[in-house]
Design a protein around this ligand. Sequence first.
Ligand code: GDP
Ligand code: MG
Length: 201
Amino acid sequence: MSEFSKERTLVMIKPDGVQRSLIGEIIGRFERVGLKLVGLKIMVPTAKHVEEHYTLDPVWRTVTGEKTIASYKKNGKTPPSEDPLEITAVILENLKKYLTSSPSIVMVWQGAHSVGLVRKLVGGTEPLTSDVGTIRGDFVIDSYEMSDADGRAIRNLTHASGSVEEAEMEIKHWFSEDELIKYRLVGEQILYDVNLDGKLE
Ligand code: GDP
Ligand code: MG
């Protein structure tokens, strides 16, 4: 089978997705595109585990802070601080409260281009501007304006790894290798086997 078929990504259905009974709907979107579920658990992580998850990438604090400051300015608003790290500290505290509030589903999905494909299906970070047809665009109302006013993390239903490198770090953070199952799906033959000869009767 194609080497491409081995790419893996980490996906979480965050507490709001579980509370809103969207587990099946969200999982169905990854299944129907042809990805394979190779790891799955329901859990309430510790605040420490959540913080480690977001800071696996050493530049996440700076990049997210800078991005947030830029988006305040783009919308003609004054950011609460000019220091990216101060901004991210608040975001991280809110994320820890959100993700420890009730259970999440944590999954590993495998298949060609799984990282990019899942990001496409999940949609942009802020539900207000996520594309129609994406999980965040279809199932949730939320905006940075509203979540900032309420002093909480944006409720965007899902997390999905942003790159192959991020996925590798995140999968190791949430799963041990023996929790990930190696198996073949019957449907993978048509997705990855390029030879359609001999199908005519
Ligand atoms: P994701 O990969 O689409 O979830 O987005 P990021 O990795 O950029 O950010 C991770 C999380 O940080 C998001 O799910 C949000 O909770 C939070 N976040 C990112 N950017 C912003 C922002 O501009 N404002 C606020 N309030 N939170 C943000
Ligand atoms: Mg991210």
